[in-house]
Design a protein around this ligand. Structure first.
Ligand SMILES: C[S@@+](CC[C@H](N)C(=O)[O-])C[C@H]1O[C@@H](n2cnc3c(N)ncnc32)[C@H](O)[C@@H]1O
Length: 362
């Protein structure tokens, strides 16, 4: 397929970086070239096998700090979110540099072998004062979140190995309980470079490690009841939902970059894959009841994941362009059928797939 040029160049990166996705890439490529499947624009995974009820997610354009301050107390059961963790990357100034192809805090990587690579924010440029402002930002945010989450409600929040300590310090100061870290195993292409302008001289050195994971910090609002069981009965929260075949939710999840058709549906610079987000969303509501909030919605990928599982969700997005993108992307992202083998922890044993489970219970 590659040699005959039926696999679009951008999809090759997926094959190289995530060989386990090769079968789905080839299948999608085949669907695009088969004569009765229409053109590439209509190339999407099939959506006809599961007829799920998709609760309509609520999307709000605005500042989540204002929204959180006005939201009713104890009215959200879980938060799954990917915040602007360096704070400056989503300011109007930095976004307009990104949109004009000028970079700024966004590192625009060179094209490799015809493959365009996605921009990455450069967190090593942050000063000590900016790092401290990350801590105070998340302390303020954490205090607002503490009020609206029900007791025992979990927060799953994306971070970055360099910034996670500052984010966590803020949330701890706000009164949230540390419940661990979920490791998204993904080769992020961050780090691993030789010393700048001395690459030959120090050819055997890398300045920081090549990052192979993305930490998702796990926090919980302290329980109100004496036990998890009592909290579950009253508030429907306190624990994490086990996998569909009854195993404990693992804290290492193999992941990949969003697949090419996901990026096409939702071209947000930091889009997260449905396959990964659905595993998080599944676990975040232990009894499958309640609302998942994403206060930093971006393209709405968390809402799409929640909705695909039949969960209610609310998303807030500050940027009007991303808000318009989310309105279009969520209904399409939530229909994606991902063929993962259940919750694959690093051990990699085959579990019952979430898709199988949903098909059976639909
Ligand atoms: C890291 S991105 C989330 C991307 C998302 N995970 C996805 O898959 O599309 C963070 C988003 O938060 C938005 N944002 C930044 N500050 C915000 C605020 N105060 N209130 C609401 N949204 C905000 C940014 O515009 C950006 O789209």
């Amino acid at each position: 397929m590659l040699l005959a040029d039926h696999v679009p160049p951008t999809w090759r990166t997926t094959i190289y970086r995530a060989p386990h996705e090769t079968t789905s890439v080839i299948r999608d490529a085949l669907e695009c070239v088969l004569p009765d499947r229409g053109n590439q624009d209509s190339c999407q995974p099939s959506v006809d096998t599961v007829a799920l009820k998709h609760p309509h997610p609520q999307m709000i354009c605005g500042d989540c700090f204002q929204w959180l301050a006005q939201r009713k107390e104890n009215s959200i059961q879980a938060i799954v979110t990917d915040p602007p963790f360096g704070l400056i990357e989503y300011t109007e100034q930095e976004l307009s540099k990104l949109r004009n192809g000028r970079g700024g805090v966004w590192r625009l990587p060179p094209t490799i072998g015809g493959c365009e690579r996605k921009p990455l924010p450069r967190f090593t440029v942050l000063s000590r004062a900016q790092l401290e402002s990350i801590r105070t930002y998340f302390e303020h945010w954490g205090k607002l979140v503490m009020r609206i989450l029900v007791p025992g409600g979990h927060i799953m929040i994306a971070s970055n190995p360099l910034l996670a300590p500052f984010l966590s310090a803020g949330l701890i100061a706000a009164g949230l309980e540390v419940r661990g870290t979920i490791i998204r195993l993904v080769r992020t292409l961050r780090g691993g470079d030789r010393p700048k302008l001395a690459e030959k001289e120090f050819s055997s050195i890398s300045v920081i490690p090549r990052s192979c994971y993305e930490p998702w910090e796990l926090f919980r609002k302290p329980l109100h009841e004496k036990t998890v069981a009592a909290n579950l009965r009253l508030w429907k929260t306190g624990g994490l939902r086990r996998t569909p075949d009854g195993r404990p939710f693992p804290d290492v999840l193999k992941s990949e970059f969003p697949l090419p058709f996901e990026t096409k549906i939702a071209p947000h610079p930091t889009l997260k894959p449905q396959r990964f987000l659905r595993q998080l969303a599944w676990a975040a509501l232990p009894l499958g009841e309640g609302i998942i909030l994403d206060p930093f919605m971006g393209s709405g990928s968390t809402l799409a994941a929640a909705s695909a599982l039949g969960y209610a969700s609310i998303g807030i997005e500050l940027d009007a362009e991303f808000m318009t993108l989310a309105e279009k992307a969520v209904p399409r992202l939530r229909q994606i059928q991902t063929e993962w083998q259940g919750f694959e922890s690093n051990g990699g044993s085959a579990h019952m797939g979430l898709t199988d489970y949903l098909t059976r219970t639909a």
